[in-house]
Design a protein around this ligand. Sequence first.
Ligand code: ATP
Length: 365
Amino acid sequence: AYSVAPPHDGPYLAIENVTKRFGGFAALKGVSLEVAHREFVCFLGPSGCGKTTLLRAIAGLDIQTSGRIHQGGRDISALPPGERDFGIVFQSYALFPNLTIRRNVAYGLENRGLRRADIRRRVDELLDLVGLTDQAEKYPAQLSGGQQQRVALARALAPSPGLLLLDEPLSALDAKVRARLRFEIKKLQRTLGITTIMVTHDQEEALTMADRIVVMNQGTIEQVGSPMQIYATPASTFVADFIGTMNFAPGVMAGPGRLHAYGAELACDEDGIPTGTPVTVAIRPEDIELGTQHGRNVVAGEIAWIEFLGSFVRLGLHRTGTGEAGIRIDLPIARARQMALQEGTEVSFALPADRLRLYPESARG
Ligand code: ATP
């Protein structure tokens, strides 16, 4: 009785060179992206980068100025939302306050010519899926925020859409509920195998939930990759800066596999960048090896501050004698205890060559 995504060759969703202008302002500047069947993709980026606009174009809530969108092999570029095949959940749960939870979930199933018994069975199934069977006869106002968002999810999934769109679905919830729902939505998505796109500005949400993250900036896609790829090998300084914590320092290529940075000559894995090219050098705080005295890329510095962050400690170091910008180093708490660290202490540390990321001027985001 319910539609499932028809099998077809190629990506489930194909976005081709989509542009969206609001008056003279370009919110999307030629965005192309393919999403595979059953994939969970997050659009991640700062406020105003265009992620919501792209989601709304996929839904048909905003029609793109130019470019095409295919879903399941069908060209949906010009279709109104009602003729597209998706379920959507917004940040504001947008439930009908005067309808019971059951009626809210049934909403998308009514007017579809289904028998009442079938609707009832489907609603029961969905309420069970989101763990709200015992709340069925209540009204939205009697439920917590997290419960209301689960109702919204059940309502979106009830007609078995081929595509689930989530627009910042967790941002209105408090931290604990958010963490739980994050897990629940992910599990549900896996169980149902439904292709899902979620908009978020929360990197932790994207890193924990997505199969692939699409990092957006000013109407363009900066990088598409798995959470691991995005974190370990950010494609631009914008991505490096937006995701996690990153140390940046200016540098200059000194030859193949060599550069000047942090007041020293360092080995690096990157080559192909011409000698003399100014670069931005990036390294994660947890990739720096504190206490290393000998070997490649060892430099020294003085501990300027120590920050206790629960499971790890973050140190701020000043490079001795260079007056250069500081560098942050993260240490697991057990290791920090062993080392009995103090402010003002001189320490040496290594910047592993394979962990240094170099961005030539031209690649700066
Ligand atoms: P946020 O997290 O703040 O929602 P976003 O990445 O989702 O950010 P969009 O909502 O896609 O950003 O908006 C992208 C840009 O387009 C913004 O600069 C916004 O001001 C502009 N914009 C969006 N909708 C409209 C509109 N209807 N009219 C004019 N400008 C718009």
